[in-house]
Design a protein around this ligand. Sequence first.
Ligand SMILES: Cc1ncc(COP(=O)(O)O)c(C=O)c1O
Length: 468
Amino acid sequence: MTPDEFRQNGYALIDWISNYIEGIEQHHVSNPALQPGDVRAMLPAHPPVAGEPFSAVLSDLDTVVVPGLTHWQHPSFFAYFPGNSSYPAILGELASAGLGVQGMSWVTSPACTEVETLMLDWMQELLGLPERFRSDSATGGGVIHGSASEATLAAILAARWRVTGGEVNLHGDTTKLVAYTTSQTHSSIEKGLRIAGIGSDRMRIVDHDEAYAMRSDELDRMVREDRRVGLIPFFVCSSRGTTSSTAFDPTREMAAVCRRENLWLHVDAAMSGIAALVPEFRWVNDGLEFADSYCTNPHKWMGVTFDCDLFWTADRAALIGALSILPEYLRSKALESGAAIDYRDWQIPLGRRFRALKLWFTLRCDGVAPVQAMIREHVRLTQLLADWVAADDRFEIVAPHPLNLLCLALRSANAATDELIDAANRTGEVLFTRTVLDGRVCLRFSIGARLTAQRHVAAGWQLLQTLA
Ligand SMILES: Cc1ncc(COP(=O)(O)O)c(C=O)c1O
């Protein structure tokens, strides 16, 4: 592709993206008829020998790719949690690709590091997070990870380093370490623990209450018991907004146990943490002032295109202790001066993209007002939906719904709720996810797509009422 062709094709692609987003309602949310292998079968088995015109590529986007998508930007996407993509964030991604820098160290692209550091400090301010997470605080700082799963793994590794006084880097002995969470915690916690050499049998499942939140008295009891038998409690994950039902663990009470026992407290607010952009939802931050680490995902509710997880720690020395390794070819005077951050020491991989641009573009071009309005509207719609569901006695609301997720079930039987979810998803007009809460099959009605309005929620609910 020549520079001139790049320019022309670039305009065509931006047009194509705008048309896709503006016309998204002409598509079903998903294509339930699609079978594994169908998309690949529409494409040539072998790579092209000669280049093709860009128009042929765009045409395949229309005829092969788009029909093979689940449309996450669709206003009737009620599955999982949202994955919103705002216009400035899309342009930020493009700018990042265009600059093509690799920001593993400050010296490999100073602006890549410093814009990122500033974005974490801006977000600390916008979300009302504790000062101890700021990069200019005595011991804290923040970094952008690809996903909450990576952030959690980084937190576990920092905790493992701290509890062993750094020994783990030499001997790798993790056999006595024990972690604590609930059955409602995201699966990435267990995955992270396994990767860190803490097998599932040393991940304690602490009981939860009727609101699916951890019982801190049980946490206390289990930690004491593990100590008594010679094990080493080291890590507690507190979820603020669980994936199944947006349950909020009592972080403040859990923190009291963690402080007494010197356990690393990681707070996972991948979805719900972004609600703190809205002053009346700042309660989601309760107890964060005691956390050793925290993460939330602008790539879910805030519109900063996947992948963008914000991870803060109040103990950067432990994080860097766990993840820093310095071959000769990565030494720099900037790092040795102590004045520069090398973000490769804050994450698992070495290389890293200029992800901060999409956050910077979003904050500069849109500000926070549109996101605040969207969050307020999604919460309002969820409470309205809850009223509708409560008025239909075939249905039951299964969990508290403080923000934008409603878990509902048919009263009759689990099998009926399962059949309802399948029947609704088979229409392709909506997409829901199933979960199980204490043995109860639930339909998760997750309201978080940027374009979702009341009419979409009403249509989704009517469909469920008709199919039930
Ligand atoms: C509470 C919670 N934690 C962690 C994750 C994992 O997020 P990611 O896809 O960024 O790894 C999710 C995903 O939905 C989540 O809801």
